[in-house]
Design a protein around this ligand. Sequence first.
Ligand SMILES: O=P(O)(O)OC[C@H]1O[C@](O)(COP(=O)(O)O)[C@@H](O)[C@@H]1O
Ligand SMILES: [Mg+2]
Ligand SMILES: [Mg+2]
Length: 363
Amino acid sequence: MTDNKPDIPRWTLTRYLIEQRRRFPGASGDLNALLLDIALACKAIARIVARGALAEGGPAAGDTNVQGEEQKPLDVLSNQLFLRMNEWSGHLAGLASEEMELPQPIPEAYPRGKYLLVFDPLDGSSNIDVNVAVGSIFSILRAPAELIAGEHELCEADFLQPGAAQVAAGYAIYGPATMLVLTVGEGTVGFTLDPELGEFLLTHPALRVPEQTREFAINSSNSRFWEPPVKRYVDECLAGKVGARGKDFNMRWIASMVAEAHRILMRGGVFLYPRDSKDVSKPGRLRLLYEANPIALLMEQAGGRASTGRQPMLGVVPSSLHQRIPLVFGSRDEVERIERYHHEPAPDVAPAPLFAPRSLFRD
Ligand SMILES: O=P(O)(O)OC[C@H]1O[C@](O)(COP(=O)(O)O)[C@@H](O)[C@@H]1O
Ligand SMILES: [Mg+2]
Ligand SMILES: [Mg+2]
């Protein structure tokens, strides 16, 4: 079965989740209910984003988040929608967001559940004013047993689980169409919002990232700060047919990671936001728990790969809630090549000869 062919069952998100649950006869249905609440938050955000400059009622801008970045009114509003749609549900033991310094416990009045939700309520929000696709990214983890048992209060350490521990992950993209792209550990699937029905309908039942590509995405204004393996990789792509790769490459940079991830899931490619020396206090631009990990799981479940450049992303043990990390993802062959470049010496750095001729004019 291929995407967008008439043999795709026109399942709603609800129906898809019911079918998935059949795989686990003992399942409580909590995960499904949580995913539907998240989808509802995304629909609410989609409506506001679609109104653009006509949207009303957003809180005043001007604040900064824990990352020291300017919060747009829609960042704040999207965060509130995620909280409002999810904290009462009884399926969560806590939430954490890009826009909140500390994890948010479930209010006393509401029941506690067994999952943790981590999210970036609006990714690529610097693109809102220019009407480019933005999105919401989420990751679902199991709450530690002691937290569920009430043996301790919700704390940062509860969230510090490697990406491989994610139960589900996904994003909504607010573009010309709104889509929800999801994995519950059984492949990566895409739903398109039917605005008349208000339903996410399954349109991409088996997303696969092609193993090879001729398209890369990187913010090349940072090139002077890159490490040698990344410089080497990009130089080889730029050299095209006559270079080491023997083929021409195309380049894209939307500056909205959800949109880049979506393009790569649809037609392949590789994305890099590598470690650089621009600001030594930041080992990468993107955040591990609510940007890199969910995208990594979606990629891996679609046959792609995600990495720090040095190790698989899903194996990284987080050290803090808002930890930043170098991120490379997309077509498997390209990500593996970039990893290889990080592990092998650069080809032009020949070992210093024991008896090199000495000269004042040597460069
Ligand atoms: O402006 P830069 O350095 O190109 O960074 C762009 C990156 O920053 C992000 O916008 C960060 O996400 P937020 O908008 O949620 O902070 C990514 O979506 C994107 O890949
Ligand atoms: Mg983001
Ligand atoms: Mg954001």
